[in-house]
Design a protein around this ligand. Sequence first.
Ligand code: SF4
Length: 364
Amino acid sequence: MNNTRHDWTKEEILNIYNKPLMELLYEAATVHRKHHDPNTVQVSTLLSIKTGGCSEDCGYCPQAARYHTDIEKNDLMSVSHVKAQALRAKESGSSRVCMGAAWRNVKDGPEFDQVLEMVRTINKLDMEVCCTLGMLTENQAKRLAEAGLYAYNHNLDTSEDYYKDVISTRAFEDRLETIDNVRKSNVTVCSGGIIGMGEKLEDRAGMLVALSSLNPQPESVPINTLVAVEGTPMEDIEPVAIWDMVRMVATTRIVMPETQVRLSAGRTQMSREGQALCFFAGANSIFAGDKLLTTPNPDVNEDMEMFALLGLNSQKPFEKHDQPETVEASDSALQGLGEKPKWTRPGHTIERNEAAKAKSKIVQ
Ligand code: SF4
């Protein structure tokens, strides 16, 4: 039975966030072990397929055209370049590729067609493919789904109350609308936010209220810490303490037990001990590669050393949330696969025995 709650209040979430740390860690780790393998962490690679020149004004983002930052602008990457990068990522242990384009919204036309071709290409490499391209219509979400997109990222960033202090060129409701459009396709949802942008604890809790109230909850929730970049309005904000990150990860894990919690931007500011605490508290994904879109990230080899040190394994592609209803499949649902031996996603088939293995992995 699925006991996931969608009615968390801000007060309840703040009470969890502010618990004595040892209690919070114990509770989060207990939830984590019930729903996930605590020794498995997914390695994902983020590729900036179109960099800079964005018309939005997200206060944290060096890619906004209106800020004077020293990022190198790039037009949309070629499909062959993306394929080469994805293959390299796969060889270094990544099971997921997330492609980010600095666009306000997706526009139908040759560039979107090129992105669809990138999705098809990575899908054929047997990797999870995710995109973050800005606002999306229902029809565009369906076209991405047909191309084999596994996940679409669209972060809420912060609470609804604080949103207008961070971005003025679009509203919180616009974000929810895109997430809703993604949900109308069979693409999984990736949506999280950033801490350390000058928000209050209430805003962190407010963001988790908004994410956890989505039904179904996002399959993936990235938690970023601000990487303050010179030239952006947030350039002078001091980094958050590691304890804030640990508390945020733990609280996210408790209120969204099934979701994949991703340690995202800001890992270069974290020690290995800090990251280990985050894994204990329920983080089960990192982004690999020396850059996260445009900001620095630890080197892949350093991450692999950390995995060896902590005894962590890299998650295989499609181990989680292949089909939301399958993740929670009951035995009888799996027996149903006897009559219908395969289920399909665009470009993929999973044999019944793999389905059973996937299920046992998820529920152990
Ligand atoms: S976060 Fe995305 S939408 Fe906002 S300015 Fe940067 S690239 Fe544009």
